[in-house]
Design a protein around this ligand. Structure first.
Ligand SMILES: [Fe+2]
Length: 199
């Protein structure tokens, strides 16, 4: 395994402990085990029919650093990769606004996992917006014949706005607060593996 160079990992105090050994229940009482990815709010800014693309438009003039997001989608057994799953992602623009109207669908995209269950996209780290929201990227993973839809969000480690009982509700939500590391191509990258729940 390659040694990863962590380039940003400051200002965050870990609050999580291992969830192993516990039976976990979601708010609706249906969630068991400690592998399924925890859900998060959909929010009011989802738009259907975003363009199919892995590289979200990134302007050189933007004062933002590009970032690559990678991951694998697994089934409810926590180990079987799921190919051809449709994923929607969206986040705010550099000014903290969501594109709700233009045909550019700025900062939005859709793609499927490949034959190995892997996905990736490139974009920039969106700014925090509002009074309390940390930086985040929204995900909607479409349901499959065997799995439920998953609505969740990705956060970045070191974000001072992330606080217990604020955006980290459950200890195991920390799996969605990610380190930024430098990949073998010298790119800033984060990894969010997603674990679906059986339907
Ligand atoms: Fe948002």
């Amino acid at each position: 395994m390659k040694r990863r160079k962590f380039i940003k990992h400051t200002g965050f105090t870990a609050i999580a402990i291992s969830a192993s050994g516990f039976t976990l229940l979601a708010d609706n009482g249906t969630y068991k085990g400690d592998c399924p990815t925890t859900t998060d709010i959909l929010g009011p800014y989802f738009r259907q029919n975003a363009p199919f693309r892995n590289e979200l438009p990134f302007r050189e003039s933007d004062d933002k650093k590009p970032i690559r997001v990678v991951g694998t989608v697994f089934g409810s057994d926590c180990k079987t990769p799921i190919p051809n799953v449709l994923i929607d992602i969206w986040h705010c623009d550099e000014n903290g606004n969501y594109d709700m109207q233009t045909e550019e669908f700025r900062c939005r995209g859709r793609f499927h996992t490949n034959e190995n269950g892997d996905y990736f996209f490139t974009t920039f780290i969106p700014p925090a917006y509002g009074r309390v929201r940390p930086k985040h990227i929204h995900y909607l993973v479409e349901k499959t014949a065997e799995h439920k839809e998953l609505v969740t969000q990705l956060y970045f480690k070191g974000d001072e706005r992330i606080k217990p009982k604020n955006w980290v509700v459950h200890p195991w939500d920390e799996k969605r607060i990610l380190d930024i590391y430098e990949n073998e191509n010298g790119e800033a990258e984060v990894r969010l593996d997603l674990y679906l729940t059986a339907s």
